[in-house]
Design a protein around this ligand. Structure first.
Ligand code: 5GP
Length: 203
């Protein structure tokens, strides 16, 4: 790892875990870019194309798959979601830390493709609390909520494949945990070999 290359950070959480709010605070820090994914899901009320997602028709999405435009993609609750290479590569080269807010199947593909990425999973304090949060959001039907709760328990069972797990019981503490993880990672010897080179050079 060189001093200038950005870190790829995979950030997963079951829907309704407060991941979006956490990201809002994380992005205010200015050191991170959150990749905008493509999806075949329809936009929710306030979502905008090119900001929250690139909203695509199924056919357009599959064309991009054919053209090799995705780093990874997965099907989740009946819709496709994918990370566009164009969102990631150049930024990493320029030293920007890129966050991929993706579900676990996609995360496990990244694990194979980019073993140097950092994997962070955000869990809710309990499934009951997750259901309360999803109902409060009021953007999904009962059926979709039930589907997402079932999906959440499957995902939580896979959290042990990540490097770190943050329990989002309290927003400010969860955000602080994220920054602590990133800081600790940057100090790992394998990620900071350039520092010892500098120390030796400046003897
Ligand atoms: P939502 O419909 O709630 O916005 O997202 C549903 C799930 O899709 C979330 O777990 C979210 O992290 C995941 N997701 C969003 N973008 C991507 C992506 O590019 N790739 C994959 N694999 N999952 C994604």
């Amino acid at each position: 790892m060189t001093e200038n290359r950005g870190r790829l950070i995979v950030f997963s959480a079951p829907s309704g875990c407060g991941k979006g709010t956490m990201l809002k605070y994380i992005l205010r820090d200015g050191r991170f870019y959150c990749s905008v994914s493509a999806t075949t899901r329809k936009p929710r009320n306030s979502e905008r194309d090119g900001v929250n997602y690139y909203f695509l028709e199924r056919e357009d999405f599959l064309n991009k798959v054919e053209n090799g435009e995705f780093l990874e993609y997965a099907e989740y609750c009946g819709n496709f979601y994918g990370t566009l290479l164009s969102e990631v590569e150049e930024r990493l080269e320029k030293g920007v830390n890129v966050i991929l807010e993706i579900e676990v199947q996609g995360a496990m593909k990244i694990r194979e493709l980019r073993p140097d990425a950092l994997f962070v999973f955000v869990a809710p304090p309990s499934l009951g609390e997750l259901e309360r949060r999803l109902r409060k959001r009021g953007t999904e039907t009962d059926d979709v909520i039930a589907q997402r709760i079932a999906k959440a328990s499957e995902e939580i069972a896979l959290a042990e494949n990540y490097d770190y797990i943050i329990v989002n019981a309290e927003l400010s503490k969860a955000v602080e945990d994220f920054f602590t993880i990133v800081r600790a990672e940057s100090l790992r010897a394998k990620n900071s070999a350039y520092i010892t080179d500098e120390v030796i050079k400046n003897a």
